[in-house]
Design a protein around this ligand. Structure first.
Ligand code: PGA
Length: 254
């Protein structure tokens, strides 16, 4: 972890959570408020139906709230879509864009993801732009090329540490219990850092690059200690307050 960058531990609840999950949000908020001395930012991205509830529960705590996707436009005839402005209005400060599940399930291309990042900025949200290779791309040794193309295509010019977070999520590591080796994580994150520099020219040095894919309390410390890993995007393990907090605690300096 680059010491000058404050890590971000972001929970992606995906399509999980109803009003029955509110006590879990309360527990997360409490854990980060009382006696939590680790220098880390925490964020929970619940399903859109819970963003306002999460904001109500967490606004008096250090834990921020985000959405999992946003539409490109601000409003209009787009049944079922939710705009970045609506998420902001409900209390979100962040929105995930280009998660591999959206890229796969909804055919989202780099171009669409870039437009969604711009929509997030327009609404005053920080965009968490997800990139990562599939298993077959990895087997063909295309990982770094895929990351380059996704950065070029998905990250808009003007990205800075205050409006953008990058999440590196190898698709084959999401929800599988598998993780890349630490040298592979280091190589991917170093490559992302240098490609951000090439693509953006400036403003890239402090953009947070999260690792995502099967992060849990038992592997968080080693993953978060890799250079250029500035936090984690956590799926399954973010649904339980104790696991989520355990991952954030792994950011405590050794
Ligand atoms: P996982 O999901 O932690 O359950 O692997 C990560 C993600 O998809 O953001």
């Amino acid at each position: 972890m680059t010491t000058s960058i404050r890590p971000l531990i972001a929970g992606n609840w995906k399509m999980n959570g109803t009003s029955a999950s509110v006590p879990e949000l309360v527990a997360i908020g409490k854990a980060f408020t009382h006696g939590f001395d680790v220098q880390v930012d925490a964020l929970i991205c619940p399903p859109a139906t819970l963003v306002a509830r999460a904001h109500d529960v967490l606004s008096s705590t250090p834990v921020r709230v985000g959405g999992q996707d946003c539409a490109i436009t601000q409003s209009g005839a787009h049944t079922g879509d939710i705009s970045a402005e609506m998420l902001k209005d409900a209390g979100a400060g962040f929105v995930i864009v280009g998660h591999s599940e959206r890229r796969t399930d909804h055919g989202e291309t780099n171009e669409i993801v870039q437009k969604k990042a711009l929509a997030a900025w327009r609404a005053g949200l920080t965009a968490i732009i997800c990139i990562g290779e599939t298993q077959s791309q990895r087997e063909k040794s295309l990982t770094l090329d895929v990351l380059t193309a996704q950065i070029e295509g998905s990250v808009p010019q003007g990205a800075t540490a205050s409006n953008t977070v990058i999440a590196y999520e190898p698709v084959w590591a999401i929800g599988t219990g598998l993780t890349p080796t630490l040298p592979d994580v280091a190589a991917a994150h170093a490559h992302i850092r240098s490609e951000l520099s090439r693509h953006l020219g400036e403003g890239f040095e402090t953009i947070r690059i999260l690792y995502g894919g099967s992060v849990k309390p038992s592997n968080a410390q080693e993953l978060l200690s890799v250079q250029n890993v500035n936090g984690a995007l956590v799926g399954g393990a973010s649904l339980k307050a104790s696991d989520f907090v355990g991952i954030a605690e792994a950011c405590r300096p050794a």
